[in-house]
Design a binder for this molecule. Structure first.
Ligand SMILES: Nc1ncnc2c1ncn2[C@@H]1O[C@H](COP(=O)(O)OP(=O)(O)OP(=O)(O)O)[C@@H](O)[C@H]1O
Ligand SMILES: [Mg+2]
Length: 475
């Protein structure tokens, strides 16, 4: 066995991790001071520790050896030279159980690092059929799998499952559910401890948002029992059906809009006509009251006129949903749009003590659309953010060019309570509102406008805070 290795592993932790993960054995990397620098997944699996519990800890956490890393290295080399073959070392798992296993130790001279291989029997050939199946499932790209032990530690997580969480597999294995989902309120979590109490899920449709990416999932979950019937763990299995779901949603949405369109078109005009005459007469009254100094009556009439204007704008939103007013396509300078709407947004924010921040990384590009309608969209979404935050908070408006470079995304972020998972599906539905005074038309109108000009609105809300991304093709 060679006593040193000269791979330039350090300095590129990604490379180092890849290298360690490719090894079929359990491996730990230890520095000169005896602290664990990195571990691989096999090691977590055989020891039962999570990565956080090992990194930066003394290597003696696993190897009950009295001396330093260097002494261990020297001793193993010596014993190896004497016996002429692999030597064994004692190691301990998290439960404190000791085992002996052949060991191989390598030293990287430059940084004085020690790579310790515990030659566990985890080669493919030693795996049972069911272990192989599990291995396959955990690497399948469309199936997500979590397995929990009886104490709610995640002992297995597939690649897809980790992608959903936005986490590295190594940082998930053997961690407690509470730790993995820390910062996310219980009701928003993808997996819950209650699973262990026997909550059974079958074909439950749910959605999960991570890193601006929204996943539609079908979830199955159940407990796992031992032969005496005692719960020893649980599993959550899900399939990512995002593509299928968005297709269904499009159809549903079109059907819904067609229906609302019919109702709206039929009634909106009928409401507007009488309103116009009422408004006309009220304006006459207003003038007469004003001329004759009847201040109280004048105030009442002004209130009535304001209320009529409210009804009018509601009816206009209705009409916009049913048969949108012709879009006045023109080149729109988003910078000008924001210069014009920011005072409106800021004045509303001021009322609630909310801070509005507009961060502009350079000039925003030009888009093709309808200036007035776009203003309506941004104002509506900012208004929602302000309303969600209540008192105090920050409304942050920024923009960026998306990954493919073909769309500009205007991101409106609030520090409000976020949108619970169970309603996030519905917020774009006409008339869906959680507000006493809301019409629930705000977002559906926004979505319609943005779709009509070839863009897209996405929402991401994980725990606290919400971000709406308004994505538009730009010139
Ligand atoms: N930034 C946000 N934070 C939390 N919840 C939000 C946010 N934006 C929208 N919502 C939720 O989505 C629902 C629908 O929003 P939408 O703008 O369509 O209607 P509304 O605000 O309730 O009524 P209206 O816009 O007519 O006043 C809201 O009632 C609220 O529950
Ligand atoms: Mg609204």
């Amino acid at each position: 066995m060679s006593a040193s290795f000269s791979l330039h592993l350090v300095g590129s932790s990604g490379r180092l991790q890849r290298f360690m993960h490719q090894l079929p054995t359990a491996v730990l990397l230890v520095n000169q001071a005896g602290s664990i620098v990195e571990v691989n997944e096999q090691l977590l699996r055989v020891t039962g520790y999570s990565r956080d519990q090992l990194v930066k800890q003394p290597f003696q956490t696993i190897l009950p050896y009295q001396g330093s890393a260097e002494q261990l290295y020297e001793e193993l080399l010596h014993r190896e030279a004497e016996s002429g073959s692999n030597v064994e070392i004692e190691w301990r798992d998290k439960q404190g159980r000791s085992r002996k296993t052949p060991v191989m130790i390598l030293r990287q001279e430059e940084q004085e690092l020690y790579l310790i291989h515990l030659c566990q029997l985890v080669k493919e050939t030693d795996q049972s059929l069911s272990e192989r199946l599990l291995g396959k499932l955990t690497h399948d790209t469309s199936l997500g799998l979590f397995i929990l032990d009886e104490h709610a530690h995640i002992i297995e997580a597939s690649q897809t499952a980790c992608k959903l969480l936005g986490m590295d597999r190594l940082n998930v294995i053997n961690k407690h559910v509470d730790q993995v989902f820390s910062g996310i309120p219980e009701q928003h979590r993808l997996i819950k401890k209650e699973l262990l109490e026997g909550v059974k899920l079958q074909n439950i449709a749910t959605s999960w948002t991570n890193d601006n990416q929204r996943y539609e999932l079908i979830v199955d979950a159940s407990t796992l029992q031992d032969e005496s019937g005692k719960t020893v763990g649980a599993f959550v299995l899900f399939k990512d059906i995002t593509n299928l779901r968005s297709f269904e949603q499009k159809i549903e949405r079109n059907e819904r809009l067609a229906m609302i369109g019919q109702i709206a078109a039929g009634t909106a005009h009928e409401i507007r006509n009488p309103l116009t005459s009422i408004k006309g007469f009220l304006q006459m009254f207003l003038k007469s009251f004003s001329d004759s100094g009847m201040d109280r009556e004048k105030t009442y009439t002004e209130i009535m006129l304001t209320e009529i204007n409210r009804i009018n704008s509601l009816v206009s939103e209705f009409l916009l949903l049913s048969k949108p007013r012709d879009i006045q396509y023109c080149m729109v300078d988003l910078n000008t749009v924001f210069v014009e709407i920011l005072p409106i947004v800021e004045s509303q924010a001021l009322l609630y003590g909310i801070d509005v921040r507009f961060t502009s990384q350079g000039k925003m590009p030009m888009v093709v659309g309808d200036t007035e309608l776009l203003k309506q969209v941004f104002i509506n979404i900012c208004k929602n953010g302000i309303e969600a935050m209540g008192e105090q908070g920050t409304l942050q408006i920024s923009h960026h060019i998306d990954q493919d470079g073909d769309r500009v995304s205007i991101d409106i972020h609030d520090t409000g309570p976020g949108i619970p998972l169970y309603i996030i599906d519905k917020i774009f539905d006409p008339f869906f509102t959680t507000k006493e005074e809301g019409t629930g038309l705000g977002l559906s109108v926004c979505q319609k406008i943005i779709h009509d000009i070839g863009g897209q609105i996405r929402v991401s809300s994980k725990g606290y805070g919400t971000t709406f991304h308004i994505m538009l093709p730009y010139l």
